[in-house]
Design a protein around this ligand. Structure first.
Ligand code: ZN
Length: 516
């Protein structure tokens, strides 16, 4: 829609010039950020160890430049000129979306006093080393004092960012999931927990069991590589505009239009790790490849949130990639490629094995059902730690108690308990819930896509994914940051985010597999 016209004031030249300058600055910031991303990718893939000191200098310089430009008072002046003008009169226009989001970022960055930012950087860099040592020694006490400092500083951060609505935790959550409210999340998550805990115990008590050993046979790495790349290309990952490399920790990084990098790791005795890891990162990569290049470098050309990003990876990894229909097509090929490992394995046995559900202690190794319970434990605990309802000193016992209650397992030591994740020692508070939001959004969006597109499993059975990908491009990828995540989900599906689609999907899939 054009601004102006009858009855609508026309933007004046000064306002238009201010908007243009904002966009130019935003694009330059995106270019600087993409240089940082490329250096980060290189550091984890091909950089020789000797380059690490110089790389540190490069990234610090770029980070400094980005921060300086992002907090330049001129940005505040430009925003002030454009806000309330005819440039942004239609709230869903790209211009209004860009201005709204640029304001959000500017306020976040300028509301934090420099002393607090520096103190947090010092505390987290000290805590990182202590976390490594504490995890190794299974000794929470080595990290406790620093963790107390970090939660105190995060409380200060939340107070600086607080806009007077909701609880302090929301201000931190907002960095990863803009607009999300913890009180709403808590309701959905509590309902999810009430459904998942009995589902997990029904699975644990079922007499039918998968045979996970068939996935731990010999799977030669070169063959895994070809197989995973073939599947990645088949679902739509564009290798002309992307790469797949090998790293210690898999990730996806969008460098810019036409350049999306994903990574994985291969284990010759484990089929699932690399294959589903690739599908996961491919899901992230498809989102990045689907962003509108015309709006690159502005909020209209960027992903909505971590939760929505994760919904794309989880959809391709779990809903598509672990479905029976997906393997109707791929299993015969897998049997040709991994002849020795799969010679005596049926499609049913394979499909059951890749969907094994088993309560465990470690989040990153968890299956798609129990995974959410790991996240809910962390969400409840970090919210209580931030509000002061839980003292850092009591974290290990509170952790163990929740694991026993939700998952029926109990850590032998804190290394496999509250010390397993890097997030809190890195100051990432409010990040965990985005993992489960990703699962919720994925199930809800997929249901809607199925309604709109007809029989998706039939398409997957013949190796066709273009319908689903095209739907995601239109309804999610090309929307950029037009809506925050909850509003986006509601616009697309007709319902606010809910635990129900995920619960129904999991219940029907696993009652069939496990026979209860
Ligand atoms: Zn992910």
């Amino acid at each position: 829609m054009r601004t102006g016209g009858p009855g609508r004031p026309q933007a004046d030249a000064r306002e238009l010039a201010a908007y243009d300058e904002l966009i130019r600055r935003s694009r330059e910031q995106a270019l600087l950020a993409s240089c940082s991303s490329l250096l980060g990718w290189d550091e984890q893939t091909y950089m020789p160890p000797g380059g690490s000191e110089n790389r540190g200098e490069q990234t610090a310089l770029l980070a400094g430049l980005q921060h300086e430009r992002a907090t330049d008072p001129r940005v505040g002046e430009l925003l002030g000129t454009v806000e309330g003008s005819a440039v942004v009169s239609d709230p869903e226009s790209p211009a209004a979306v860009n201005v709204r989001e640029l304001r959000r970022t500017f306020d976040r960055l300028t509301r934090l006093p420099r002393s607090l930012v520096e103190e947090l950087a010092r505390a987290t860099s000290k805590a990182h080393l202590e976390w490594v040592a504490a995890r190794q020694a299974h000794d929470f006490e080595l990290l406790r004092p620093s963790l107390e400092t970090i939660f105190r500083l995060k409380r200060d951060e939340a107070a600086c960012l607080d806009n007077g609505e909701g609880e302090p935790y929301d201000a931190l959550l907002d960095e990863y999931e803009p607009g999300a409210k913890s009180s709403e999340l808590a309701g959905v998550f509590a309902s999810l927990r009430e459904e998942l805990v009995p589902l997990v115990s029904a699975i644990a008590g079922a007499s039918r069991r998968p045979d996970p050993e068939i996935l731990r046979r010999d799977y030669p790495v070169d063959r895994q590589k070809v197989f995973a790349e073939t599947a990645a290309a088949a679902v739509g990952f564009d290798f002309h505009a992307g790469r797949l490399d090998t790293t210690e920790h898999p990730f996806c990084t969008g460098i810019g239009p036409g350049d999306t990098r994903i990574t994985t790791r291969y284990d010759p005795r484990n089929f699932s790790d690399a294959f589903f890891g690739v599908l996961h990162e491919v899901g992230h990569g498809l989102y990045d490849q689907g962003l509108d290049p015309e709006h690159h470098g502005t909020p209209m050309g960027e992903a909505v949130s971590l939760g929505v990003h994760e919904s794309q990876s989880r959809m391709w990894e779990n809903i598509v990639g672990r479905s029976r229909s997906f393997w109707n097509y791929w299993f015969p090929l897998a049997r040709q490629v991994f002849r020795d490992a799969l010679r005596d394995v049926s499609l049913e046995a394979f499909h059951f094995a890749i969907n094994e559900v088993k309560p465990s202690l470690i989040r990153v190794q968890a299956d798609e059902v129990t995974y959410n319970l790991h996240v809910l434990v962390r969400f409840e605990l970090e919210r209580a730690l931030l509000s002061g309802d839980l003292a850092v000193n009591d974290l290990p016992s509170a952790w163990n108690e929740k694991y026993l209650r939700y998952l029926g397992v109990s850590p032998g030591h804190d290394g496999e308990g509250c010390l397993q994740d890097v997030h809190w020692s890195a100051g990432l508070v409010g990040y965990f819930p985005t993992y489960t939001l990703g699962n919720l959004y994925a199930a809800q969006l997929f249901d809607r896509a199925w309604d709109d597109l007809g029989d998706l499993p039939a398409a997957f059975s013949t190796g066709q994914y273009g319908g689903l990908l095209g739907w995601l491009r239109e309804h999610v990828h090309r929307q950029g940051q037009r809506h925050h995540s909850a509003a986006l989900v509601e616009r697309v599906t007709g319902n606010p985010p809910s635990q129900e689609p995920l619960v129904l999907t999991l219940r029907s899939k696993y009652s069939e597999l496990y026979g209860f």
